[in-house]
Structure formats: structure tokens, C-alpha cells
Design a protein around this ligand. Structure first.
Ligand code: WTA
Length: 631
């Protein structure tokens, strides 16, 4: 791959070239992939017109680039390592040849059920190899995958299935996660029952746990009944560059989760380019990203990015603390992991455990550490650097979003310098701008503002599934002509970027994006809730905790708090459960009825000294009342 950046100088040259000559720059990079037909135009459309396109006219299939392309040189190289929840269970490995075969079989299995190009397939599965195989099998036949994280509730799953009208659903009987079993098939049944009339024609059930489940005649089919019979010969569907590859739902500041849409060629180039350059792997290295494939990190940096680069990728079924807090380090030792990518919340949780868990394992194979999903605080960074990286592994603090497809701002391991708590520099092709409150670009180098991206990059989302207006509203209208990230950011005197966190009503709880409006809507389902307001507050492990202020009807009862937690669990999932619930007599509202969240955030953070101007409040005395009752 001649686009690999090997030095600081090469980075500077690539960055300049991507600015001055973007079509040539990205065209040259795209040449290194397998195409059925070359593109007519490298890039067309604008952010302003919300019609960005990359490699229009080109034809390809991403799985040929992930798999077939490697069969010549890497046929027997391990593509995927699967580490089970239970450490006693033997790890499973798939070579590139075996993974290719598995994907082709799964693709034919779906095809035999009538699934084809453009159809949506929902994957509601635990972290088993069949999930990754199903993702690629969809891409093989041109079906659009919509992976729904296995921790979401039936209600949340139903909403996602309905929104994109999936034809097929693939799930497990149940999934292992630590000491728990999640009953995925049962939840999927509830989701489909809730929907009543649904677009889902078939449910393929992969058996993982062996629990008793109901199979609905004519609709439900066991994976093990059809997969073994499927042919391992599956020609890849030829896709247009801008054909949809996948939908992934994510939370925004208002309303229901939105289906972020990524298309084929641009996403592919971005996933490959960013993975190759940020992680800087050698042929014999072994990579492990601890994310779940239900989130974007698992799409781009467990599945597509590593495989496009011919790397060995690892997926882990379990959780960091089962059977004990040494599990991650044991896996690193066992599989001789060289590149390890995780979230700050996991680092903080493990940092709080006995240091013996780390000391017991040999971590000397590690070369590069990565961080993703939320700002990493100095204490966590120091521990990660010292105890895990032994001060010899560069840490790449990678900033990006579901919408960006892949990493936009990060150091390149061992090539550009990292800086504690800074994502540092934009990748070639990424042009950040900081905006002031008036919506003007701040030209000074040292500055703080709202982070926007001024030019299209290949991995950018193209739309919100079924709602192009919302796409424009959310991303391209706040600062016309640029993509608005929703994040606040600081730039230091050297031009390095530090992401400070969301500036909208989106929380980041243990690296998971949660919309305050979504939680409020869920809480509102409780019959005794009149109104609620959700804010985030600093939480030692989770980064942000969820604080709920609730106005309850007079006849509310003792069990209400418990019931509210249940409502949130059933409407969204346990990840959205408030950490603290305060019943309040009223909320601080302006005369126009707007809740002053700023004040609620301060109270939740126990910053009682200065609430700022409260004179516009309808009833300023409510602030003291809430403060006195705060948790
Ligand atoms: C936050 C996850 C600081 C940010 C890949 C962003 C980060 C949101 C970082 C996207 C980082 C992600 N430093 N903040 N390195 N990485 N974020 O869509 O607020 O689940 O907007 O994508 O996570 O979350 P998402």
C-alpha cells in the first residue's frame, strides 16, 4: 500500500496534497483497491447541498477487498480470532480462506431466503463470529446491514426494524456476557410481536447457548439447518460506489435514534486508510479492538478496517471483569496481541482494580494502544501508558463518530507524536474548524469552539435513512457549508486538537451515546410522571452519569423510582438507566417554557456556588429547592 504514511514528513506532505489536490490524492489511494469498474469522478457534491458523493460511477464489492484480494498472499493467515466469554472455552481462529468460505456460505444462505441487493437485514446478535460473518455476507450480496447492539430492549429493536423495514432478522438463541445470559431470541420475538405486521419475513437463529426457545413455524429457521447446506461459492454482487453499505442507528439531541447511512466505496477507502495509518501494523502483528460490533467502532475497526488491510483481528464475546478483572490482560498475553484498542471507561474500571491482575500477565507483545469513544482523562491516560504500555507504546487517542465512518483526528502510532488528552492532528483529507458563538470560523491558532469539518471526506455519512431533511437539519445547517460534529474542542498553540465533549444534549455514558430526549421520552411512559429533565454529570468510571429530575403526580408511590428504571430498561435498554433520580416539585424554566439545563447540570455536578443569571426564570426559588434535595 503506497499510501502508508511512514514519517512526520510524509504526513505533512500527504496532508498538503489532500488539501491542494484532493481528487488526485484520493484517486491514487483508491487505485490500490479492487474495482470492477473505475469511477468517473473522485468527488462530487458539497456539504452545503448535502449531496456529497465519492468515486461516483465506480463499481466494486467491499468483501472482495476484505477477503478475495488476500487469498493469493494471505490465504492461510489468521483473519479472525474469536475469544469466548468463558476462558475455558477454546479460542477459534479463521484464516482468510476460511473466513472467505464462511462469508460465502452465509451469503448464499441469505440469498436462498430471497434476500438480495438493497434489502435490509437486521443483525441482533451477541459477539460471536457469526455476527462478523453475517455483516460481511450482507455486503457480499448487496444487502444493507443494520446491526442492533444486543443490549437494546425489544422496544428499541422494534423501532429500528420498523424504521428501515428489514426483510430478514438474524439473532442468537441467547448470548453469553460475563456471568449473564441475554435472551436475544426472546427479546427479538417480543419486538416482532410488538410490531404485529412487520416487514420481517424470516428469522435465522444461531445457536450459541442452547437454551429453550420457541421457533415460529414458517418464519424462524435455525442457522445450523441451512448454513451447512449452503454453497461456498458466492460471486460478489457488483455495487455502485454510492450504493448503501449499512445503516447504524445512533442517538441525537432530539427525537428517536437516527439511521446513519454509509455507502460503499467512500466508507471502504476511509476504513482502510485510517486503520492502516493510525495503527501502523506489520504483517505478523495481532490486533484486538474490545468494542462490540453493535457500535460503529466494531464496524470499522473490528470488521472492515482490519480485514481491508489484511490484518489479524480479534473479537471477544465477554466483558472486561469476567471471570475477574484480569480478563483483558490475560487475552493480550494468550494471543500475543500487539495492537490494543479500547475505551477510556474500560481503562478507568480496570485501573480501579487490584494491580496484581495486570502484573500477572505478560504484556510485552504490546506495541500500540488506542483509545476511543470519549475524552480520556489524564489519570486514565497515565495508567494506560505506564501499567499497560510500560511507557513504550504510543497511545493513539482517536476522535471520530458514527457519522464520520472512521477516525478523523488522531496521532499516527509511532509516526506523529501523541499528547496526553489530545486527539492531536487531523488525518489527511480532514479539515477541522472551530466556530465561535456567532457561527464564524475562529482563525487564531489557540482557540476553543464548536468543532466543524469544512470539506467532505470519503467516510462521511450520506444521509439519515428515510429522512434527508433531518440529515440537513442536524449536520449541515448549524454552520452552513460545513459538517457540525456536536462536539466542543480546544486547539493549542501547536495546532493540536483536544475534544472537550458534546455541546448538544447528547450524553456519553461509558462511551455510549445516549440522547437526553430519548431517556425523557422513556421516563414519560410512566403513568405518574408529569415531566422530566435528564442531564449528565461527571462520573468516575462512566465518564458521564445520567441524572434524572422528575416531576411526579401527587399520587406517586414508593416504588416509583424502581419502576422508572424498569421503564427505561424496557424502552431503551439497561445502558440508559439513570444513575440518580430526584423527584422535584418543578423544573427551572424560562418564561417561554424552556428548561434551563445549565442549572440542572450544575446541581447534578454539585457545583452550587454560581448558577449564573437566573433572573429570566419563571420561578427562581425552584433552584434552591432542587439544590436542597439534590443527590
Ligand atoms: C465522543 C464513537 C473525545 C465524541 C467512535 C463524539 C470522543 C462521540 C473520542 C461519538 C475521543 C469519540 N475523544 N471524545 N477520542 N471519540 N468521542 O458515534 O463526543 O458512538 O461526538 O462514535 O464520542 O460517539 P459514537
Amino acid at each position: 500500500m503506497d499510501w502508508k504514511i511512514n514519517s512526520l514528513e510524509e504526513y505533512a506532505v500527504a496532508y498538503q496534497e489532500s488539501r491542494n489536490n484532493p481528487d488526485k490524492f484520493w484517486g491514487d489511494i483508491a487505485e490500490s483497491f479492487t474495482w470492477h469498474k473505475k469511477w468517473n469522478e473522485v468527488q462530487s457534491g458539497t456539504i452545503k447541498d448535502a449531496n456529497v458523493k465519492w468515486f461516483e460511477g465506480g463499481e466494486l464489492n467491499i468483501t472482495e477487498n476484505c477477503l478475495d484480494r488476500h487469498l493469493e498472499d494471505r490465504s492461510d493467515k489468521v483473519a479472525l480470532i474469536f475469544e469466548a466469554n468463558n476462558p475455558e472455552e477454546e479460542a477459534k481462529e479463521y484464516t482468510y480462506k476460511e473466513l472467505h468460505e464462511a462469508v460465502c456460505k452465509a451469503a448464499n444462505m441469505m440469498k436462498d431466503l430471497g434476500v438480495g441487493k438493497g434489502d435490509r437485514v437486521c443483525l441482533y446478535m451477541s459477539m460471536v463470529p457469526e455476527l462478523l460473518i453475517s455483516v460481511l455476507a450482507c455486503a457480499r450480496i448487496g444487502a444493507i446491514h443494520s446491526v442492533v447492539f444486543g443490549g437494546f430492549s425489544a422496544h428499541a429493536l422494534a423501532g429500528r426494524i420498523e424504521d428501515c423495514e428489514c426483510k430478514l432478522l438474524i439473532t442468537n438463541d441467547a448470548g453469553f456476557r460475563g456471568s449473564k445470559v441475554t435472551h436475544l431470541k426472546e427479546i427479538a420475538d417480543n419486538a416482532l410481536n410488538d410490531l404485529g405486521k412487520t416487514s420481517v419475513e424470516h428469522v435465522i437463529v444461531h445457536k450459541r447457548v442452547g437454551n429453550n426457545i420457541e421457533m415460529k413455524e414458517g418464519r424462524d429457521i435455525w442457522w445450523h439447518d441451512i448454513y451447512p447446506k449452503a454453497s461456498s461459492d458466492c460471486k460478489a454482487e457488483v455495487m455502485n460506489a454510492e450504493d448503501p453499505l449499512f445503516i447504524l442507528y445512533t442517538s441525537g439531541s432530539t427525537g428517536q435514534p437516527k439511521g446513519v447511512l454509509h455507502t460503499t466505496a467512500g466508507y471502504m477507502v476511509w476504513a482502510a486508510y485510517t486503520f492502516g495509518n493510525v495503527f501502523q501494523m506489520n504483517e505478523e502483528d495481532k490486533y484486538w479492538c474490545t468494542a462490540d460490533i453493535g457500535w460503529i467502532t466494531g464496524h470499522t475497526y473490528i470488521t472492515y478496517g482490519p480485514l481491508l488491510n489484511g490484518a489479524t483481528t480479534t473479537m471477544f464475546e465477554g466483558v472486561p471483569t469476567y471471570p475477574d478483572a484480569g480478563r483483558f490482560w490475560e487475552i493480550v498475553d494468550k494471543h500475543k496481541i500487539t495492537h490494543f484498542y479500547t475505551a477510556p471507561t474500560a481503562v478507568r474500571a480496570l485501573m480501579a482494580c487490584d494491580s496484581e491482575f495486570v502484573k500477572k500477565q505478560d504484556l510485552s507483545t504490546l506495541k500500540v494502544l488506542g483509545s476511543v469513544g470519549e475524552p480520556i482523562n489524564a489519570e486514565a491516560w497515565n495508567w494506560y501508558n505506564k501499567e499497560i504500555g510500560k511507557e513504550k507504546c504510543p497511545i493513539v487517542d482517536t476522535w471520530w463518530q458514527t457519522e464520520t465512518g472512521g477516525i478523523l483526528i488522531s496521532s499516527l502510532a509511532g509516526v506523529t507524536e501523541g499528547k496526553r488528552c489530545f486527539a492531536t492532528l487531523p488525518l489527511p483529507g480532514v479539515f477541522p474548524a472551530l466556530m465561535d458563538t456567532e457561527g464564524n470560523i475562529i482563525e487564531e491558532r489557540e482557540a476553543e469552539g464548536n468543532l466543524c469539518i469544512t470539506r467532505p471526506w470519503p467516510g462521511m455519512l450520506r444521509t439519515i435513512w428515510g429522512d434527508h431533511e433531518r440529515f440537513k437539519q442536524t449536520y449541515t445547517s448549524a454552520y452552513p457549508g460545513t459538517y457540525f460534529t456536536g462536539d466542543g474542542c480546544r486547539r493549542d498553540e501547536n495546532g493540536l486538537y483536544r475534544i472537550t465533549g458534546r455541546v448538544d444534549d447528547v450524553l456519553n455514558v461509558s462511551g455510549h451515546r445516549i440522547g437526553t430526549a430519548e431517556v425523557e421520552n422513556a421516563i414519560g411512559q410512566h403513568p405518574h410522571v408529569i415531566e422530566s429533565a435528564i442531564v449528565g454529570y461527571p462520573h468516575d468510571i462512566k465518564g458521564q452519569g445520567i441524572y434524572a429530575y422528575i416531576i411526579a403526580s401527587e399520587n406517586h408511590h414508593e416504588d416509583m423510582i424502581k419502576e422508572i428504571l424498569e421503564v427505561v430498561t424496557s424502552e431503551i435498554g439497561p445502558i440508559a438507566k439513570p444513575d440518580k433520580i430526584q423527584i422535584v416539585p418543578g423544573l427551572p424554566k424560562t418564561r417561554s417554557g424552556k428548561i434551563m439545563r445549565r442549572i440542572l447540570r450544575k446541581i447534578a455536578a454539585k457545583e452550587f456556588d454560581n448558577f449564573g443569571d437566573t433572573s429570566t426564570l419563571l420561578d427562581p426559588s425552584i433552584v434552591e429547592t432542587i439544590k436542597d434535595g439534590s443527590l
